[in-house]
Write a protein that binds this ligand. Structure first.
Ligand code: ZN
Length: 168
């Protein structure tokens, strides 16, 4: 079942998530819930803390939403093991609805993690996939993309978001 997505400034979004220590049925169910939540939003990636679970788990799918078969992925305890270059591109976040801003990221990253079967998965990513990994791994460290903006823009945006939150 899809879960509600926590939005800025929810404190769980600012908490560092702990490593997954056990691959079990509860974790598999959480992966399913996260995928349903992500597809329902819709989004291309989701990190566990966005639905209130502060563990190092992400799901993603960059395939064409119109395609007959989607390509769901999950990655447990993902770590960036190599990085290269810089690129600025527009980003948004399901936890910061209605905001898109240009963010500087590494152009290419290698990301390692585990799947539910305990197999090591390695992704050599560039373009949107590389951006998605950096964005979702930031969530596991309690960092939102708006925290990566310059200080003036960040302050302006945060006060706007807090005002919007107060006014409902
Ligand atoms: Zn996000």
């Amino acid at each position: 079942m899809a879960k509600p997505i926590l939005t800025f400034p929810h404190p769980l979004l600012y908490k560092k998530s702990r490593e997954v220590e056990e691959l079990n049925g509860a974790l598999a169910r959480l992966v399913e819930e996260m995928l349903e939540t992500m597809y329902g939003a819709p989004g291309i990636g989701l990190a566990a803390p966005q639905i209130g679970e502060n563990i190092r788990l992400i799901v993603f799918d960059l395939s064409d939403p119109e395609a007959p078969e989607r390509r769901p992925h999950h990655l447990i305890n993902p770590v960036i093991t190599a990085l290269e270059g810089e690129v600025v591109g527009e980003e948004g976040c399901l936890s910061v609805p209605g905001v898109r801003e240009k963010v500087k990221r590494y152009a290419r990253v290698e990301v390692k993690g585990l799947d539910l079967q305990g197999r090591e998965r390695i992704f050599e990513a560039q373009g949107l996939l590389a951006r998605m990994f950096q964005h979702e791994i930031d969530h596991l460290d309690g960092v939102l993309f708006i925290d990566r903006l310059g200080p003036i823009k960040r302050r302006r945006l945060k006060s706007l978001l807090l005002k919007r939150e107060r006014e409902g």
